[in-house]
Design a protein around this ligand. Structure first.
Ligand SMILES: [Zn+2]
Length: 225
């Protein structure tokens, strides 16, 4: 059965989309050059409440391509691959800081347009690695403009402010959450979602994101390879 499926759906690299010659889900070229965020850049703090955020990879090159394919390709197998990086980064740097896994939801309207919610998929696959279930704990209470359409950080913060509410306060109160999202740019979306969890009575929130930021630019102006 697996052989037949492989013929119908030949294995592709989750990042660059190239067909793979051998079984797997990431090609050798991507595997060898993934832009992992170095030690000091992996853990950062966002928002007025300084939530700890671990970011696994830089949002560069093949990572950007892979996430775009995840968003628009409607293929959930990629989420399973990307979840490995989220799980590893969160376990290394935030282990012991949370006892529940959740995600930043998209609005019902966007979910309907897109057919699925990529942060939810990522959280579900990450939680699965740890043998637990990702819990829906937030809902988006108003439709916001796409953050990518806004460049000014203060406008981005304003755009998502108070956009989230907890679904069930009894499932949030007193618990410490790992909040997962796919991409982090200024951190305002994560921060707004984390604030909603804290306002809903959570005992703590830490965040894990698949990708964010760009690699440092060398003095010559070239990107570090
Ligand atoms: Zn590749």
């Amino acid at each position: 059965m697996a052989v037949i499926l492989d013929l119908l759906f030949p294995p592709k690299c989750a990042f660059c989309g190239r067909l793979l010659e051998r079984p797997g889900d990431v090609c050798g070229a991507c595997e060898g050059s993934l832009p992992f965020r170095e030690e000091e850049a992996a853990l950062t703090a966002i928002g007025e409440n300084r939530y700890a955020v671990v970011i696994a990879l830089y949002y560069d090159g093949m990572v950007r391509e892979g996430i775009r394919a995840l968003k628009f390709g409607k293929k959930s197998w990629r989420a399973k691959v990307f979840a490995r990086y989220v799980a590893q980064a969160a376990a290394e740097r935030l282990g012991g800081a949370f006892d529940a896994v959740t995600y930043v939801p998209v609005s019902l309207r966007r979910n309907f347009e897109r057919g699925f919610d990529q942060a939810r998929l990522l959280a579900e696959e990450t939680a699965k690695i740890w043998g637990v279930k990702a819990e829906p704990s937030l809902r988006k209470v108003r439709h916001t403009r796409a953050q990518s359409s806004l460049t000014d950080p203060s406008l981005r913060a304003e755009n998502v402010k108070a956009a989230y509410r907890v679904l069930r306060p009894d499932r949030v109160r007193g618990r410490r959450f790992l909040l997962i999202d796919d991409v982090c740019t200024t951190g305002s979306t994560l921060s707004a979602a984390a604030d909603a969890l804290m306002e809903g009575g959570a005992a703590g929130v830490v965040c894990a994101v698949l990708a964010g930021g760009r690699r440092k630019v060398e003095e010559s102006g070239n990107q570090i390879p």
